[in-house]
Design a protein around this ligand. Structure first.
Ligand SMILES: Cc1ncc(COP(=O)(O)O)c(C=O)c1O
Length: 377
């Protein structure tokens, strides 16, 4: 929900152009809520969700660790005050020279899902701890992460064995159940696979120590989502079911669940039009679209709450689109969006729940539009 602090900031500062405002109080509350819901699990914030320095500094000061996808993200986490021991290089796709750079910066925890990646790590990060990511189908997630990441569980055993032969420390298993995962039981089958891999590795004389539960914890958009507590209960139940009384160390990598609800984008309506005099649906064009930071509207996957000052007026279905000269820049058309019939050019529109995966998705200057500005309050 757009907080009072965000509303006051916008009313006082009246920033020009579309912008994201992040309320750090919400990030702080979300972090505490996760800590309480999953007290035995270390939080590695997924920096890619929103790398604003103020967000990283706050989380570092609260004791968070960081899941980084690249060397620049590692440098940002370090600059925010995180020691290298609290950083994981969680991308399974890394150049060998980037691995070497991360290792030189002190990072000792790396993700793999392939033999060739193990070979790179063996050369560039000798002795480092590695965890192998396993495939997850992403069922139940609004933003599934597909077959691009992870390997079959049976192969994970061989990859970890291969890591040992390359002078690395096989440390654990990771997976990602898909982003905006609204089913708290989605972790169950991946944890069953993880437990089976732990057993198989123990039979080979390798004691794995860690399960990385990934991200997937949702933000509230138009519909209610289960509370963090429900995820904590479902996951600890699944851990007990599959690992018995030998529950491993666990880490989690929330991105959206920590920062999604902390942000609101202020945008403006540029044009309201119809395609014919008898057209039923109006087209509402905003000054922000897919290329300005709303990339997660791809396939209409994420449906953001849209708020206007005319919300008390009657509503009718609209097609919502961005401002660029690209026909892909349409946000909601397959399922039109009900908006007030009184909306006109110049009206302000608030796009809620936009704290995650917006600023970093915004293009540098597509059609001459500036990248999405951020204000952190
Ligand atoms: C490796 C990894 N961890 C964590 C996350 C964060 O996921 P979420 O925002 O669903 O919490 C992502 C997102 O893409 C990821 O790729």
């Amino acid at each position: 929900m757009t907080t009072q602090r965000i509303r006051s900031f916008l009313a006082e500062r009246r920033p020009e152009g579309p912008c994201l405002v992040i309320d750090l109080d919400v990030v702080r509350d979300n972090y505490r809520t996760f800590r309480k819901a999953m007290p035995d699990t270390a939080i590695f914030y997924a920096v890619k969700a929103n790398p604003a320095p103020e967000v990283l500094e706050l989380l570092a000061s609260m004791g968070s660790s960081f899941d980084c996808a690249s060397v620049p993200e590692i440098e940002m986490a370090l600059a925010a005050g995180a020691p290298p021991a609290r950083i994981s290089y969680g991308n399974t796709i890394k150049k060998e020279r980037d691995i070497a750079r991360a290792f030189a910066l002190g990072v000792r925890l790396f993700a793999v899902d392939a033999y060739e990646e193990v070979e790179k790590l063996g050369r560039a990060a000798p002795g480092a701890r590695v965890f192998c990511r396993i495939l997850c189908d992403g069922a139940g997630a609004d933003w599934p992460l597909s077959r691009k990441f992870g390997c079959e569980p049976a192969m994970a055993v061989s990859v970890l064995e291969y890591a040992r032969h390359h002078g690395l420390t096989p440390y654990g298993i990771s997976f990602h159940v898909g982003s905006q995962q609204t089913d708290p039981d989605a972790w169950d089958s991946a944890l069953a696979s993880a437990a089976a891999i732990f057993g198989e590795m123990a039979g080979r004389g390798v004691e794995l120590g860690m399960v990385n539960l990934g991200g997937g914890f949702p933000a509230r958009y138009l519909n209610d989502v289960p509370a963090a507590r429900e995820y904590g209960q479902a996951i600890s139940g699944a851990l007990r079911r599959h690992f018995g009384n030998r529950i491993p160390e666990t880490i989690m990598e929330p991105g959206r669940g920590l920062v999604g609800a902390a942000g609101t984008i202020k945008a403006e309506i540029v044009l309201v039009s119809r395609k014919s005099d008898t057209d039923q649906a109006r087209w509402v064009y905003l000054d922000i679209g897919k290329f300005g930071g709303l990339a997660e509207t791809m396939e209409e996957a994420i449906r953001y709450p849209l708020l206007t000052e005319k919300d008390a007026d009657p509503h009718a279905p609209c097609i919502v689109a961005g401002p660029t000269c690209d026909s892909a820049d349409v946000l909601y058309e397959r399922t039109p969006y009900a908006l007030p019939i009184t909306l006109t050019a110049g009206d302000e529109i608030l796009i809620d729940g936009t704290g995650a995966y917006t600023t970093t998705y915004s293009t540098v200057a597509f059609n001459g539009f500036s990248p999405l500005a951020t204000y952190v309050i």
